[in-house]
Design a protein around this ligand. Structure first.
Ligand SMILES: Nc1ncnc2c1ncn2[C@@H]1O[C@H](COP(=O)(O)OP(=O)(O)O)[C@@H](O)[C@H]1O
Ligand SMILES: [Mg+2]
Length: 348
């Protein structure tokens, strides 16, 4: 059981603000992902929960008890990092067993717990190898098993997949998801990779420059981004953002017109739409412009236009082909558009 409350947490070094007013309750057994670009304060937030960094302001509570003054070793958090930090001279079995020895768990329990943890990450056949004799993916699984074996209250994972190649990242990601489902331990997972966030999280916290931009389920942040930062960070490709003006429900930008918007707003505006919501052709197209680039994705063709100095993408059928420079029409349905304040970037 571990519900974690972060109450108005700030971290400053001199005048530099690393994390500003982080305020969130993480439910027992929740899988929470901190997502944002490098330097936005993800690791700092996690280190404060682990006790490796003191908040400048604010309280951290676990199950209602303030833990600010607890030593890291007394917090019952198991951490997994990008660098595996295994003991090179110990074999896999001893690496996984290490936390049990440190925590003076009765040695009669060790074998069973190590075997259970290693089985969960499919390392049973590698128990007598040294880290140097393992692949990157296997090493990261040793680090995972070493965290699991402790049966901690909280898992903290900081970019654990970053050192793995693309294919291994996908399979290890699935394994982490499955593990968290089985173990039912509150997990805080840090990443700059929005796909990892979307696939793993119960809730995602999107951060920028130390400030939380939005907290929500993957669907909520994908379907209703709170501002242009979140809109341009989530999705592959990210949401297209077009500058223009709106008047009487019609958006007008350079090379693009969208009618029938459900908005009484007038004046400058930022309009967002997702590539998969737009389509090639249409009776009254929003865009009629030369193709800038085409990407074959296998299951679809991504068509790119240059509109008013920005790139705008439309996801077309996989059979669709056009030459670069050829004029192509596309329709952006009004009902799928997102409107943002042109100055603040906040959702309207
Ligand atoms: N000990 C420190 N002293 C001063 N600045 C720091 C310290 N640790 C981190 N920072 C700064 O705080 C910001 C957030 O860092 P970090 O939490 O590591 O970002 P992230 O994990 O999101 O990439 C960065 O600009 C980083 O340089
Ligand atoms: Mg970091």
């Amino acid at each position: 059981m571990a519900e974690i409350q972060l109450k108005n947490i700030h971290k400053r070094w001199g005048s530099f603000v690393g994390v500003e007013n982080f305020d969130l309750t993480i439910a027992d057994q929740e899988f929470l992902v901190l997502l944002g670009p490098s330097g936005c304060g993800k690791t700092t937030t996690m280190r404060m929960i682990a006790g490796l960094e003191d908040p400048t302001e604010g309280d951290i509570l676990v199950d209602g008890k303030r833990i600010n003054d607890l030593e890291p070793k007394d917090r019952d958090c198991a951490m997994v990092f990008q660098s595996y930090a295994l003991y090179p001279n110990l074999d896999v079995y001893e690496n996984i067993r290490f936390p049990l020895r440190m925590r003076k768990v009765p040695s009669s329990e060790h074998k069973e717990r190590v075997m259970r943890a290693s089985a969960m990450v499919e390392l049973d056949d590698f128990l007598h190898r040294k880290p140097a004799e393992l692949s990157g993916g296997q090493r990261q699984r040793v680090a995972l098993a070493r965290a699991i074996v402790r049966q901690p209250n909280v898992f903290l994972m900081d970019e654990p997949l970053s050192n793995l190649d693309a294919k291994l990242r996908v399979s290890t990601r699935a394994q982490i998801k499955n593990l968290s489902h089985e173990l039912k331990v509150t997990t805080i997972y840090v990443t700059h990779d929005q796909i990892e966030a979307m696939t793993l999280a119960d809730r995602v916290v999107v951060m920028s420059a130390g400030v939380v931009q939005q907290v929500g389920s993957p669907t909520e942040i994908y379907d209703n981004p709170a501002n242009t930062f979140v809109a341009s960070f989530i999705g592959s490709p990210a949401m297209n953002l077009l500058e223009g003006t709106i008047e009487g429900g019609t958006f007008t930008g350079k090379d693009v017109t969208i009618t029938g918007l459900d908005s009484t707003h007038s004046g400058p505006i930022t309009l967002g739409y997702r590539a998969e919501d737009a389509a090639i052709g249409g009776d009254a197209p929003s865009v009629n412009a030369p193709v800038y680039s085409m990407e074959l994705l296998g299951d679809a063709t991504m068509v790119t236009f240059r509109i008013g100095g920005t790139i705008a993408t439309v996801k077309a059928d996989k059979e669709f082909r056009a030459a670069i420079g050829e004029t192509v029409a596309a329709t952006i349905p009004a009902a799928t558009c997102h409107l943002f304040d042109a100055t603040t970037g906040e959702r309207l």
